[in-house]
Design a protein around this ligand. Structure first.
Ligand code: ASP
Length: 445
């Protein structure tokens, strides 16, 4: 087995967390390729090293002295090295960096969070340190050079056997540092897993896995143990997220499963994300529920619209002109709705309605604000009669009025529109009645 293990910011926040990582890596010899984020928050009001480095750049840009800030960052690393009894000359190396901080690029400055963290981790794990500059290669347009990256990583593996690699950045062929998006250590881990054809990409973080509902709405929601990439996309899109979204694609394409694990509770099962989730065990009918508030629906009605070719297209082109992305288009016979993100039309909705009236000559245009969308996701719902009926029944009993319904074509999700006010109630009721343990069905049925 070959495992790529990526540890997020809180997993490497202090000496105690470093030791947890060391025992996780030691517990499984398959964990040979380790990717780390920069040290994150040690407690709720703490700062991530990456944020502090961004602040260093802001100081430089505005010609404000950043000596004290650099000293704060240095102390965190010096303390880490001291508590772990590491010999790497961190104070000296940090001073060298600090001395040239104004001469290097802003991206270089930010990348040092991962660089120093990986340096120290490599010594603790007694594995070679590999600089992402040497193996994660970007094209000059900022996109990843996948082929070159794969070649460089494979070469490195052949030479070194195992390594600790800083996440979040790489370089162009002329050595210019480039960053992935925020949270991009996840992307590095996925890119490495793919390049090395790993059996699994382990993503170690500070939660027990992907939760079946938002813990701010539902008390103690259960962890989803198995989820498909499609299900996860649906849930993440609606606001539930653990992983950097971009991190999914490299491993998904190569059919490599992602295992989300909790550094603070390594024995917990976590969440396994893969292309298909075939198991013989009893499975939940609904995998999870998630949602977002503040959508706006524009309802357009016109008698005999159903016979007018191109009517919906013309309506959509008005939204396109205003550069508004359309989320859903629930349709009736002589009416349809266009659902968009409320914030995207907050300044333009009157002009949009005016254009719709002018160009489509509808019988009526009605704008409904403060709409929330809820996605009920479950691969086991497909081809199983009666699920939506039961959901509507339960919401009706709870006094929740459903304003809109759509279903994804693969039948893995049902999307409901309710008012913002009913949002929390709807999520709680669906979770209690369908997602919590009792609603299981045999996958082999
Ligand atoms: N350190 C970077 C950030 O805070 C990347 C990462 O943590 O994955 O966004």
């Amino acid at each position: 087995m070959l495992k790529v293990a990526k540890f997020g910011g809180t997993s490497v926040a202090n000496a105690q967390q470093f030791k947890k990582v060391a025992s996780i890596v030691a517990a499984d010899p398959d964990r040979r390729y380790i990717v780390v984020s920069a040290s994150g928050k040690r407690f709720a009001t703490d700062n991530k090293i990456t944020d502090l480095l961004l602040l260093v750049n802001a100081h430089i840009a505005y010609h404000v002295d950043c000596t004290a800030l650099l000293q704060t960052i240095k102390e965190r690393y010096v303390e880490l090295a001291r508590e772990l009894k590491l010999t790497y000359p961190i104070a000296q190396k940090f001073d060298e960096f600090a001395m040239h901080v104004k001469d290097v690029s802003a991206e270089y400055v930010v990348s040092r969070g991962e660089w120093f963290t990986a340096r120290l981790m490599a010594e603790l794990l007694d594995k070679p340190f590999v600089d992402a500059t040497d193996v994660i290669r970007f094209h000059h347009d900022g996109s990843l050079n996948q082929d070159m990256t794969a070649r460089l990583l494979q070469q490195t593996v052949a030479e070194k056997g195992s390594f600790v690699l800083p996440g979040f950045y790489g370089a162009t062929s002329d050595g210019k540092i480039k960053l992935f998006e925020r949270g991009g250590g996840d992307i590095t881990g996925a890119v490495v897993a793919r390049a090395l054809s790993a059996d699994v990409y382990e993503n170690w973080t500070d939660v027990s896995g992907f939760l079946a509902a938002d813990p701010r709405i539902v008390d103690n929601p259960r962890t989803i143990h198995r989820i498909t990439f499609d299900e996860m996309r649906e849930l993440s899109y609606m606001g539930a997220s653990v992983l950097q979204e971009e991190a999914i694609f490299p491993v998904r394409e190569a059919n490599i499963p992602i295992q989300i694990k909790d550094t603070n509770n390594p024995d917990a099962v976590g969440t396994m994300i893969r292309e298909t989730a075939e198991e013989r065990e009893r499975e939940h009918l609904i995998t999870g529920v998630a949602g977002r508030k503040n959508f706006t629906a524009v309802h357009i009605q016109k008698a005999h619209m159903s016979t007018e070719v191109g009517f919906i297209r013309r309506a959509l082109s008005v939204f396109e002109r205003y550069n508004v992305s359309v989320e859903h288009v629930p349709t009736g016979i002589d009416s349809f709705g266009i659902v968009v993100n409320g914030a995207d039309v907050s300044n333009t909705i009157y002009s949009i309605v005016a254009d719709l009236q002018k160009e489509l000559k509808p019988d009526s245009v009605q704008v409904v604000d403060h709409l929330a969308l809820i996605s009920i996701v479950g691969r086991n719902m497909s081809r199983r009669a009666g699920t939506s009926g039961r959901i509507f029944g339960v919401l009706g009993e709870a006094g929740v009025n459903i304003r809109m319904i759509t279903q994804s074509s693969q039948e893995i999700s049902i999307i409901l529109g309710v008012t913002n006010e009913d949002f929390n109630t709807a999520i709680r009721v669906i979770y209690e009645r369908f997602v919590k343990s009792e609603m299981v069905c045999a996958a082999s049925e």
